[in-house]
Every structure is written in structure tokens, then in C-alpha cells.
Design a protein around this ligand. Sequence first.
Ligand code: ADP
Ligand code: MG
Length: 268
Amino acid sequence: MAAKTKTDATEALKQLTYLASAMKAPRIIEAAARLADHARDAGWTHEEYLAAVLEREVAARNASGAQLRIRAAGFAARKTIEEFDFDAQPAVRQQIAALASGGFLTEARNVVLLGPPGTGKTHLATGLGIAAANHGHRVLFATATDWVIRLSDAHRAGRLPHELARLRRYGLIIVDEVGYLPFEQDAANLFFQLVSSRYEHASLILTSNLPFSGWGGVFGDQVVAAAMIDRVVHHADVLTLKGASYRLRNRGIDTLPSIRETADHQPH
Ligand code: ADP
Ligand code: MG
């Protein structure tokens, strides 16, 4: 760093110390100094840096910051593990309890939830996300389709590496509904880059109504799909939910074609 820049930075931090204490926001001083070099190295924008600094202050004020992280995650609905009826899915009770303690996040392991529609994949992915936020991890939730749109936008703007680096700051990214819609081949490559960039750095939760054997069709490329699945499952818990849709329970409807088709996760 040039001498002048360093002096300028020191001066600015001095001024920040004064301003932060005038605002009675003492954690800004520490966060501003601590995040400055990191922000420069990672190429954060001014807005991102300011948001990160302010977020530290707000998170600290807000007892644990968990509510802030849960709101920022973008869950489709707030569903907790406590609200899940494990009598409907007894086989995953213990695994989910272990995952909810958050150990998989510190090890950058992944979770894959497979099963027919309505069996609780989105509910459990959300519940694990809320548990992660409560454990202090930053979380982002979106459908696979939304992730592809986001990554395509970044790619078109020439900012994909920056976006992937930014996303690595999230301890958990949830990709819901892999397989509901087929992707373009470009999308498959973008998705592969997301998976690769997080591999052994930070966790992913993926949900799908298709067995892995059906992912090649979704991604329109068997080779890319196989390479991606390989990275996802290398350090992953794969949980398979079974049975009829919880939405349709007690209604005498248990013969939806999709349920029949995927109940045993046979390749098709
Ligand atoms: P999927 O993502 O597998 O299609 P969802 O997680 O969206 O299924 O579940 C459909 C609805 O049924 C949601 O409202 C969810 O909260 C509820 N649900 C599913 N399984 C259970 C369960 N075992 N206990 C409580 N609610 C459940
Ligand atoms: Mg779902």
C-alpha cells in the first residue's frame, strides 16, 4: 500500500472513531478497521463495505443478530424444525436433529434433500436455514431457477467472479427445487461454478424431487451434472423423504402420478 494511501486510511479511521462514538455505535470503529483491508482485497463496492460495517453494529445490538439474518435470508416461508412432524418422516429424525446443531456448517458440508412433492423438503431446508442463522451463520435461500437468474445477470455484467466471492461470505446457501424446470446449458455451467466455488469452503443445501439420475436431464448435460453431483455429495448428507404429500394427507389422495413415479427414486 502506498504511504499516502496508508496515511489517508489512518486519518479516515480516526475520524470514524470520533463519528462512531458520537453516534453511540462503538462497534463500527472495530468493524470499519477490521473489514477495510478485507474489503479492498475482495473488491467489495463502497455500498457492500458500508452494509457489512453497519450490519456488524446492528447484529451486535440485536442480541444475537439471528432475526436479522433470518430476515435477510429470503425464505419463502418461515418453517422451523420444531414445527416439523417427524412421525410423517421417522427415518430422518435423527439426521435432522444432528444437522440442526450446525456442525455441518463449520465443516462446509452439504445437505441434499430428495423426495416426492409435498414431503417436507422445503420445510426442512428452511428449518435448517433458520437453525443456521440462530447459530450465527449468514444464509441465503432461493429456488434453483432464481439462482440461475442471479448468476446469469452477474455473468452478463462481467461480475460473476465477484458475485461468487460475495456468496462465499454466506455460510449457507439453499437451492430449492432443483429439477422443477430444466435449465439451459449455460445455466448448467453457471450452476456448476456456484457449486465449485463453495466446494470445501461453505455449505449448500439442495432440494430436488428427482433422484440424482434425473439431474442430467435437468441440466441438459450429463457430464456437467455428474461433475456437479460429485462435488456436492463428496461431503454431504443425502436424506431421502418418502411417502405421500403432507399437503394431501387425510384426503384419501395418495395416487398422484408424480408420487408413484418418484416414490422409490428409480431412474426414469
Ligand atoms: P416439498 O418441498 O417436499 O414439496 P414442503 O416442504 O413445501 O414440501 O411441504 C408442503 C407443506 O406441507 C408445507 O406447508 C410444509 O410445512 C408441510 N409439511 C410437509 N411435511 C411436513 C411434516 N412432516 N410436518 C409438518 N408439516 C409438513
Ligand atoms: Mg418444495
